[in-house]
Structure formats: C-alpha cells, structure tokens
Design a protein around this ligand. Structure first.
Ligand SMILES: Nc1ncnc2c1ncn2[C@@H]1O[C@H](COP(=O)(O)OS(=O)(=O)O)[C@@H](OP(=O)(O)O)[C@H]1O
Ligand SMILES: Nc1ncnc2c1ncn2[C@@H]1O[C@H](COP(=O)(O)OP(=O)(O)O)[C@@H](O)[C@H]1O
Length: 208
C-alpha cells in the first residue's frame, strides 16, 4: 500500500505479460527518443521522417508531438513555466508507457527547461532515454517561421515565446545532436538516418 502525491491507499497490480514478452513479440526494444529544440528547428519533421523510416524497416514507433498533444491531453495548459513543466511531465509519463509497451516512442516538444527533460530521463532506465538536440540557430528558425509565430512574438503579440522572451536551455549531455554542416541543414532523411543508426548500434531494432 502506498501514498503517492494526492493518491492514498493505492496498490501496484502486476500483469502476467511483461515488457520482455512484448518486445519479443515486436522484435524490438522499447525506448523514448526525445527531440528537443526551438520552434521551427525541425522537431516534427525529424519525428515524422524517423517514424516513416522505422515503419519501412518493420519497426513500430509512435509520435507524441507537443503541438498535437496540446489539442487534447494538454489542452488545459499554457506556456508559463509551470505549465510547460507539467506538459513535459505528462508527456514523459505517457512516453514511458509507450516504451513499456515495447514501442519506440518519439516525443517532439520544445521542452525548453533542462530540469524537466532530466526528470523525464529519470523516469526511465538511463539508456532507454535518447535525447536528440535540434541545434539550429535561432536566425534559421525565425527565418523559417512556418506558423508566423516569431513575427507575432517580435511584435509583442505573443508573450513568453521560447528563444525571444522565454529561455531555451540546451542539453549538456544529449545522445544525438543535429546541426548544420557548412551552413547547410541535413535533409529530413539524413536526420532520421542518424537516429536510426544510433538505435541500430544500441540494439533497439532487434530482440534476441
Ligand atoms: N509562447 C510560446 N512558446 C513556444 N511555442 C509556442 C508558444 N505559443 C505557442 N507555441 C506553439 O506551441 C508549440 C510548442 O508546444 P510544446 O508543447 O512543444 O512546448 S513546451 O515544450 O511546453 O515548451 C510550438 O510548436 P513547434 O513550432 O512545433 O515547436 C508553437 O507552435
Ligand atoms: N531538415 C530540414 N530541411 C529543410 N527544411 C526543414 C528541415 N526540417 C524542417 N524544415 C522545415 O522547417 C519548418 C519547421 O519545421 P518543423 O518540423 O515544423 O519544426 P518544429 O516542429 O521544431 O517547430 C517546416 O516548414 C519544415 O518543412
């Protein structure tokens, strides 16, 4: 019996089919690929490209995209610091469930605060949390401005916009960093390929 947060008198119920059996069934290992970076840095692009590449290889993955989750699970949250923290905590918990289900869970959120990302890492066995930093310059993200939000933020019409008047704390020890080479951004396929190579090398795409 335990007390956790506001929940009292609660018990953990173990099911007979466990993570190992699910992984054997799927012939892969469950993990979380956590993509962090500024708005417009290419998080959703990488998430979708990686999702497609894994599917092509017969591997099951699922994308948890920050923007999309704010249409449902997280629609009660805004962008002040405590809301972002709760947003990341919830997605971290959901991602943990997907990884436990045996899937390669791809979470793509700005997740601007280091302590929030580290808290998600701490929810999983360390090697099962693969942090991917979209290290793109603000100038590039702002020039892309695919949703017109940077323009609104610069005009003061959106307050607390990440990179403009709200902080982004880059990872200190991420597993993968995606950046421009000679001023050129890798293609979506190349970005996905880099993550697939990492997963392959660490044995996530097989189960023996
Ligand atoms: N104030 C402010 N700051 C940053 N982003 C904003 C803001 N207001 C709205 N948006 C839009 O919300 C998307 C980011 O949602 P996330 O859930 O990923 O953000 S966070 O991780 O909680 O910081 C983000 O989507 P992406 O561009 O895909 O990153 C924006 O479209
Ligand atoms: N590697 C890339 N090469 C060229 N354009 C890209 C690349 N990644 C993203 N983009 C473009 O940049 C814009 C923002 O990408 P998006 O994936 O929506 O970023 P985020 O999810 O981080 O906000 C989109 O118009 C997208 O097509």
């Amino acid at each position: 019996m335990a007390t956790l947060g506001n929940s009292t008198n609660i018990f953990w119920h173990e099911c007979p089919v466990g993570k190992l059996e699910r992984q054997r069934l799927l012939k892969q290992k469950g993990c979380v690929v956590w993509i962090t970076g500024l708005s417009g840095s290419g998080k959703s692009t990488l998430a979708c490209s990686l999702n497609r590449e894994l599917y092509t290889r017969g591997k099951l993955s699922y994308v948890l995209d920050g923007d999309n989750l704010r249409h449902g699970l997280n629609k009660d949250l805004g962008f002040k610091a405590e809301d972002r923290t709760e947003n990341i905590r919830r997605v971290g918990e959901v991602a943990k469930l997907f990884a436990d289900a045996g899937l390669i869970c791809i979470a793509s959120l700005i997740s601007p605060y280091r302590k929030d990302r580290d808290a998600c890492r701490a929810m999983l066995a360390d090697e099962n949390f693969i942090e991917v930093f979209m290290n793109m310059p603000l100038e590039l993200c702002e020039a892309r401005d695919s949703k017109g939000l940077y323009k609104l933020a610069r005009a003061g019409k959106i307050k607390g916009f990440t990179g403009i008047d709200d902080p982004y704390e880059p990872p200190l020890n991420c597993e993968i960093e995606i950046q421009q080479k000679d001023g050129v951004c890798p293609t979506p396929g190349d970005m996905a390929g880099e993550v697939v190579s990492y997963l392959e090398g660490k044995g996530y795409l097989h189960y023996q």
